[in-house]
Design a protein around this ligand. Structure first.
Ligand code: NI
Length: 172
């Protein structure tokens, strides 16, 4: 089921959310919905707070080449356990901030630990777009958006555009 995605500014996108305890079929269903919602958007990552669910859960798939097999990943309680000194810059966007992009600098490589949908602990190193995406999504679980890395002026500009977008959508 495709879920509506919250648009910034929204207080739910500014909250630090609690870890997931025991996995349930309900949570697995939400994860499936999030993947469906992400692919439909289309996007390469989505965090639970973006659909209004306050749980440490993210989904991602950064395979963008057509013809390559998709690689959907569901992460409960994801944690960056190591980050490279080397940084990389990507032009980031966010499904909660449609059509706005800005360069953000982050560690180029990160090791991430998480619980998969079967409740098993996983650990993997991510580089390139995957590294950027997983850090962006984990930020969502801490109430942080990519525009928080920008200057206050740029952030305000984007926030005003989003307020207008929300007003326009509410009118339609
Ligand atoms: Ni985002």
């Amino acid at each position: 089921m495709i879920r509506p995605i919250l648009i910034h500014p929204d207080p739910r996108l500014k909250k630090v959310v609690d870890p997931v305890g025991d996995l349930s079929d309900d949570l697995r269903r939400v994860a499936d919905d999030m993947l469906e919602t992400m692919y439909d958007a289309p996007g390469i990552g989505l965090a639970a707070p973006q659909i209004g669910l306050m749980a440490r859960l993210i989904v991602l798939d950064c395979i963008k080449e057509s013809g390559e097999a998709p690689r959907p990943i569901v992460m409960f309680n994801p944690e960056v356990i190591a980050a490279s000194d080397e940084q990389s810059i990507y032009d980031e966007g966010c499904l909660s901030i449609p059509d706005q992009y800005a360069e953000v600098e982050r560690p180029a490589e990160v090791d991430v630990r998480w619980m998969d949908r079967d409740g098993n602990l996983q650990e993997e190193s991510f580089a390139g777009l995957w590294a950027t995406c997983v850090q962006h999504e984990i930020d969502h679980l801490n109430g942080k958006l990519f525009i928080d890395y920008l200057s206050p002026i740029k952030r305000q500009m984007i926030t005003r555009k989003m307020q207008k977008l929300k007003r326009d959508r509410a009118r339609d």
